[in-house]
Write a protein that binds this ligand. Structure first.
Ligand SMILES: O=C(O)C1CCN(c2ccc(-c3cc(CO)ccc3Cl)cn2)CC1
Length: 323
């Protein structure tokens, strides 16, 4: 079954925080942050929560496509920073845009959330059970980091991006995917841990809920394991690296994206980056990049695009699409 990405949209909070502004909060500098990460600034919420960013994306998607909210069969939100466990963020969006025929749920695959979400959404459509769907990657990571911890708070940003998908007769759709998990290495990226406090467990030491990562081991995970998964997806697609027009990699770290491009012998302009502006927005990052490239006309129908997610879990997801 063929599937079309009908349109894309993004939403980032107004408030920009530059590396220089962070030096007022903690002992850091642009000279430390930028060379290691490629990040100059990030957008941070002031009043909005994850569902607000996602709702803005949803409204733009409907406006741009001419679809009515009642046309939607489902709304999936990929997030590791939901407003709450209940109601889940996708349900809040469904209520906000008044989409009576859409069932909604969140999925959490951390920074692979966009790819895993596109996999689930496209599978719903390929099954023939549903016709029109919305997938949004949305994060407010600023609530998960300790803003006194300069090793991680400088890496992340808030933002959301999404797509509308529908079945089509056109020769467009998912060509191949490879989704992998590495649960044995999960301790390398931690956040949002909360301790059990039931009346029967006796004294439990509280867990700190903040973001912690073993930068070096995640870095080597990303540079060693991700290329293997990309090669597997290309193999399944019967494609060579040169056949793909753009590789949209999770925007965690510019050095990692550069090493991927080098690994595949591709020019950097096939591995566009925008972490300079947004930092790492986890499940939002690939969707935001896709929207910017579609709006600038760099990504067009007929192209072959690879989405490459990697991060918390640890997990990796690669999908190759024919637009
Ligand atoms: O300390 C240093 O010199 C540097 C500072 C920057 N580093 C890293 C390492 C890993 C990540 C990362 C994080 C996530 C979590 O969403 C997902 C995916 C990745 Cl690849 C981001 N930055 C390496 C060490």
């Amino acid at each position: 079954e063929n599937i079309k990405i009908v349109t894309t949209a993004m939403q980032v909070p107004e408030r920009v925080v530059t590396n220089d502004e962070l030096t007022e909060l903690m002992d850091t500098s642009d000279e430390w942050i930028y060379p290691r990460t490629g990040i100059h600034q990030r957008h941070v919420v002031t009043t909005e929560n994850t569902s607000d960013l996602a709702t803005s994306v949803a409204k733009k998607l409907l406006e741009q496509s001419g679809w009515g909210a009642a046309d939607l069969d489902f709304i999936i939100v990929g997030t590791m920073s939901p407003d709450a466990l209940s109601p889940h963020t996708a349900a809040i969006v469904q209520g906000n845009i008044e989409a009576p025929n859409a069932f909604a749920f969140d999925l959490n695959a951390a920074c692979s959330g966009f790819v895993y979400g596109m996999s689930v959404a496209s599978s719903f459509l390929s099954s023939g059970r549903y016709q029109k769907g919305m997938f949004i990657g949305a994060e407010v990571l600023s609530k998960l980091v300790d803003w006194k911890d300069r090793t991680v708070s400088v890496l992340f940003g808030d933002g959301a991006g999404g797509v509308l998908l529908e079945k089509t007769d056109e020769p467009a759709g998912l060509i191949a995917e490879e989704l992998r998990s590495f649960g044995d290495r999960g301790q390398a990226i931690l956040t949002g841990r909360f301790a059990n406090k039931n009346a029967f467990a006796g004294e439990i030491s509280p867990l700190d809920p903040y973001f912690h990562q073993e930068g070096r081991s995640v870095y080597s995970f990303a540079t060693r394991e991700v290329p293997k998964v990309m090669k597997k997806a290309l193999e399944k697609a019967g494609l060579e690296a040169d056949d793909v027009d753009f590789y949209l990699a999770h925007q965690a770290n510019k050095r990692i994206v550069e090493s991927m491009a080098k690994n595949f012998g591709q020019p950097m302009d096939k591995f566009p980056t925008n972490m300079e502006e947004y930092g790492n927005t986890s499940a939002g990052s690939t969707a935001i990049l896709l929207d910017e490239l579609r709006r600038s006309g760099q990504i067009k129908p007929g192209m072959k695009i690879a989405f490459v997610g990697f991060g918390g879990g640890l997990a990796i997801g690669v999908q190759i699409w024919q637009l």
